[in-house]
Design a protein. Structure first.
Length: 176
């Protein structure tokens, strides 16, 4: 670690090498044009190897896993592994699977909202609007800090509604 601050844009970039294949475990897959198989949430994808690597990574699209190719966790996976669980993983500690899957689902919602707010920050914002975005970001970071707690899911859902109500107010800034 270099000791320099991590920018929000860097924090929102996925780094699968620092994750534990959480997107391949936490989410359910429905057999469809995007997924060649059906899988329950919290169940490891059968394409994972024992180390959490994807055995079909280079051929995902050809084998019917376009949903995997399109997925972007916005950095939520590595944040759960590295920050929430201090580098621990369900791969080494199988008892963590349920808790990590739940924390990842919450963190993914947080990071999707942070990505929306990061995009909004690229607009020419009046100071009061920038401050409002900052308040949303701070509240989302507080939820992220508690991602493994069951109540965090409800808090992120509430924030999602508030942010959804706020975003239309930015339309006027798009023409500037």
């Amino acid at each position: 670690m270099t000791g320099r601050a991590v920018t929000s844009d860097e924090r929102l970039r996925p780094d699968c090498s620092r994750c534990a294949a959480l997107c391949c475990v936490a989410f359910a897959f429905e057999r469809s044009a995007d997924f060649a198989l059906e899988k329950a949430a919290g169940e490891p994808c059968p394409n994972l190897d024992a180390c959490g690597g994807c055995r079909i990574y280079a051929r995902r699209l050809d084998l019917g896993f376009g949903g995997c190719v399109q997925h972007d966790c916005h950095g939520a996976g590595q944040r759960v592994v590295q920050e929430t669980f201090g580098g621990r993983s369900w791969l080494a500690e199988p008892d963590l699977l349920g808790l990590m899957s739940s924390a990842f689902a919450t963190m993914w919602e947080v990071h999707k909202l942070l990505a929306l707010l990061a995009a909004a920050r690229r607009l020419p914002l009046p100071p009061e609007t920038a401050a409002e975005i900052g308040r949303f970001e701070a509240r989302l970071e507080a939820v992220a800090a508690d991602a493994a707690e069951p109540a965090a899911r409800g808090r992120v859902e509430m924030l999602s509604g508030e942010i959804a109500a706020f975003l239309p107010s930015l339309r006027a800034l798009l023409g500037r």
